[in-house]
Design a protein around this ligand. Structure first.
Ligand code: ADP
Length: 320
């Protein structure tokens, strides 16, 4: 049994990270284990910005987006010297194990730290992109998808009023998950994702024919990994002559009060992570498979690329 652990958030923030940290903290305290919070991702580990947390330190955060611990991208941690300094700072405080909540980059860093130093590390997938291999879910993806749907609903109103084509660029890095689920649930005509080739010429021909047959408007959701919204919008306008406008949602997708799903899932994952690290387990990531919490090998999680469910592609085409 470990007696003292630390928890941190790293990389891009996502709604529900707070719920995860809260669950890790309160579960550990419930087990009589000390919990340290590390501020600002790996920066805080290197710059000794760590504090011992009590239950009240995680009060009033479950409903907040972002992460109260702060997060960052830290170049120094990508070097062996940086990681050794981080490890020393943990050991100096008697910290015996670490829970890292973050995206694939943060989990990769965690995996390397554990390999190099032997410190037990458990990861939780925290990213709106839902791109961590081995888990059908990552903390924050549900809230982000709901934010996008809200935008799609609003864009649809104005598109319909003006008989416009609207191109909406959404986040997701190299993953098309966010674009797919929000496009399908928002009723988009076209969803462009990096996982699937698309033919803009063919799309424009189809679009023109549809307008000629009386269609009032068209919604195109573009995953950032599949192309730039404004470039695609320009091509559509040129090729079709249709009144085309482009929106890019940007960082709005990252923020906001977490959805019920993100709060509950993050809480469940946080409890699992705390119990696992306390019992001395290491090099695992907790995620979801068919609605159940599962543990995934950390090395596998960061060294495999998650595929987009082909059912989504089919559904998007059939329902458009
Ligand atoms: P995310 O976790 O959201 O994918 P990043 O990819 O930016 O975000 O990673 C966050 C941080 O994790 C980086 O700034 C760096 O400190 C650490 N990290 C990422 N990749 C590596 C790596 N290959 N080796 C060591 N640390 C890494």
């Amino acid at each position: 049994m470990l007696k003292s652990i630390a928890v941190m958030t790293s990389g891009g923030d996502s709604p529900g990270m707070n719920a995860a940290v809260r669950a890790v903290t309160r579960t550990a305290l419930h087990q009589g284990v000390k919990v340290w919070g590390i501020r600002g991702g790996y920066h805080g580990m290197l710059d000794e910005e760590m504090f011992e947390m009590q239950s009240k330190d995680v009060s009033d955060i479950i409903q907040r987006g972002g992460t109260f611990l702060g997060t960052a991208r830290c170049r120094r941690f990508a070097t062996p010297e940086g990681r050794m300094l981080g490890y020393k700072n943990l050991v100096d405080r008697g910290i015996q194990g670490l829970v890292v909540v973050g995206g694939d980059g943060s989990l990769r860093g965690a995996s390397i730290l554990s390999q190099e130093t032997g410190i037990p590390i458990v990861g939780l997938p925290g990213t709106i992109d839902n791109d961590v291999w081995g888990s059908e879910y990552t903390i924050g993806c549900d809230t982000a998808a709901n934010t996008i749907i809200d935008a799609i609903n609003k864009l649809r109103d104005t598109a319909s009023a003006h008989r416009r084509t609207i191109v909406l660029e959404v986040m997701g890095r190299n993953s098309g998950w966010l674009a797919m689920v929000s496009g399908i649930s928002g009723g988009a005509e076209y969803i462009l994702v990096p996982e699937e080739e698309y033919d803009l010429d063919e799309m424009c021909e189809e679009m023109k024919a549809a307008y000629d047959a009386g269609k009032r408007y068209c919604l195109v959701v573009v995953a950032e990994g599949a192309g730039k919204g404004h470039e695609i919008g320009k091509i559509i306008a040129e090729k079709t002559g249709l009144d085309t406008r482009v929106s890019k949602l940007g960082h709005i997708q990252r923020g906001g009060s977490p959805s019920v799903i993100d709060r509950v899932n993050a809480s469940r994952l946080g409890e699992h992570a705390a119990l696992a690290i306390i019992s001395g387990l290491s090099d695992i990531v907790f995620g979801f498979n068919r609605g159940h919490v599962v543990s995934i090998n950390l090395h596998d999680a960061v060294n495999n690329k998650k595929q987009l469910n082909p059912e989504f592609m089919r559904l998007a085409r059939v329902l458009a």
